[in-house]
Design a protein around this ligand. Structure first.
Ligand code: FMN
Length: 240
């Protein structure tokens, strides 16, 4: 219930922060799955993430045209081809966009109601900034707020190899209560397509957040089971 407007349920979104690490398909998969699960999303795309998105998809993300840019982004799979799942489920009415430079935005304050935050993908610069509490932009500020409020923070770090400095920052995040989730796909779930690998990482991020999804086939204790089961993303595809 919303105390300012009795009878209306308060919007309590997940914050999705997209930082400038490689892996914008991970962010798209998480966003699609959150929307499919009926969740609201507050989206923050860092300045550097605009470069990775442009590099990986050819899409320029503009604050003034974020809705059409986001729709174009969610409408394509990790291979750059149209994603039918996205086209069916993407209700962008549940998405609110905040510019990365807007430090007066809702997610800047702990009194702004949110369920938690997923940073997908997280750059090592973002990891450092959150570990040190730099709050150099809205994404980092929102992550620091999430931690100080004791809410769920999932950090899908994407870099390899990792140096000692980043490893120490990741330990600091773990100790502060975040879930450190390397963007590290597994192969036991029967992946036959690049999107399956992406969906595995996205699914594990949603598992950490406690959001239900069907993005990947869970381990059921049968060796080789992943090779005999139709995977979830392209169930009708001849190429798999
Ligand atoms: C095309 C491209 C790919 C990048 N990939 C990574 C990456 O995988 N991991 C990483 O930590 N940084 C990566 N970077 C560097 C980050 O974008 C850079 O450190 C930036 O300062 C991150 O800022 P942000 O955390 O505010 O988004 C990449 C940069 C570019 C342009």
């Amino acid at each position: 219930m919303n105390p300012a407007n009795p009878g209306r349920t308060a919007r309590t979104p997940w914050i999705v922060g997209v930082s400038g690490a490689s892996g914008t398909p991970y962010a798209a998969a998480v966003l699609r799955a959150l929307l499919a699960a009926g969740e609201s999303v507050d989206l923050v795309v860092s300045r550097a993430a605009r470069l990775t998105l442009l590099d990986e998809t050819g899409i320029g993300f503009r604050d003034a045209h974020w809705r059409s840019d986001l729709r174009a982004w969610l409408a394509r799979g990790a291979d750059g081809k149209p994603d039918t799942f996205a086209a069916e489920s993407a209700d962008l009415g549940a998405v609110r966009h905040w510019a990365a430079g807007d430090l007066a935005a809702g997610p800047s304050s702990g009194s702004y109601p949110v369920k938690g935050m997923l940073i997908v993908p997280a750059s090592t610069a973002c990891v450092a900034g959150v570990a040190l509490g730099l709050s150099k932009d809205l994404l980092q500020r929102a992550a620091s707020v999430t931690l100080k409020e004791g809410r769920r923070l999932v950090v899908a770090v994407r870099e390899t190899p990792l140096n000692g400095q980043t490893l120490r920052h990741l330990v600091a995040l773990d100790e502060a209560g975040a879930t450190v989730l390397p963007a590290s796909p597994a192969f036991y779930a029967g992946a036959t397509h690049i999107q399956d690998l992406v969906d595995f990482v996205a699914g594990r991020a949603l598992d950490a957040a406690g959001v239900p999804h069907t993005l990947y086939r869970r381990w059921e204790g049968d060796l080789g089971g992943g090779r005999t089961t139709t995977h979830t993303h392209y169930p009708n595809s001849a190429e798999g």
